[in-house]
Design a protein around this ligand. Structure first.
Ligand SMILES: N[C@@H](CCC(=O)N[C@@H](CS)C(=O)NCC(=O)O)C(=O)O
Length: 205
């Protein structure tokens, strides 16, 4: 199995964490987004939108990180990362959709201003940061409510929904606005719980 991606990218990390949960590894073929390699013809042939990651498995090629996560979970042996109970599975899907629809864009806004911008020596645009924080807070409030009395986003079991949220929560903390997490006690407890998992430690370590 090959993953065309970048180990530090959130979407690549989702796939790597899923693999680690299954006790598996794949070869990472670097696609360096800082050099624009995701827009090169060779990669566009794998991912027509010019994004990472893409999975290649024995001649089968698949992009979109959530689709890859589901494929790997269903293909590989080991504990399922998709709850059997219909309601929990539906809630897992709901939280994966929330991540794509409401969390990613503002989280990327924060990361670009506070983390990547800083690394490039640029002053952050705090108006963008503040607007993005409002949107991230909305998604985190929803998660905080769902996590009241539950250990994981889907309910009682760790699932693909948790893996899906972890990379951006990690980068929110890394961006210096970790109060967004620690101010929400259920999200904070969840983050402690999931970020200590060996799979995640392997991926970020
Ligand atoms: N919905 C896609 C999003 C992919 C995506 O946006 N990947 C980012 C890295 S996490 C990327 O390729 N960024 C470079 C770019 O936008 O050109 C997925 O989950 O695979």
């Amino acid at each position: 199995m090959k993953i065309f991606g970048l180990p530090g990218s959130p979407c690549t990390r989702k796939v790597m964490t899923t693999l680690a949960e299954k006790g598996q590894e794949a070869e990472i073929v670097l696609v360096d987004v800082s050099k624009g390699e995701q827009k090169a013809p060779a990669h566009l042939a794998r991912q027509p939108f010019g994004r990472i990651p893409t999975l290649e498995d024995n001649g089968f090629s698949l992009y979109e990180s959530q689709a890859i996560m589901r494929y790997l979970d269903e293909k590989l042996p080991g504990t399922s990362l998709q709850p059997k109970a219909l309601e929990e599975r539906a809630r897992m899907n709901q939280f994966m959709s929330i991540e794509q629809s409401y969390l990613v864009a503002p989280a990327v806004g924060i990361v670009k201003q506070l983390l990547l911008g800083k690394m490039a020596g640029r002053e952050p645009d705090m108006a963008i940061v503040e607007a993005a924080k409002v949107e991230v807070a909305k998604a985190l409030d929803v998660a905080d409510q769902a996590l009241a009395g539950e250990k994981y986003l889907a309910g009682s079991s760790f699932s693909l929904a948790d893996i899906d949220w972890m990379p951006y929560v990690h980068y929110i903390v890394q961006s210096g606005v970790g109060a967004l997490i620690t101010d929400r006690p259920n999200v904070a407890a969840w983050w402690q719980r999931v970020s200590g998992r060996p799979s995640w430690q392997k991926v970020v370590g």
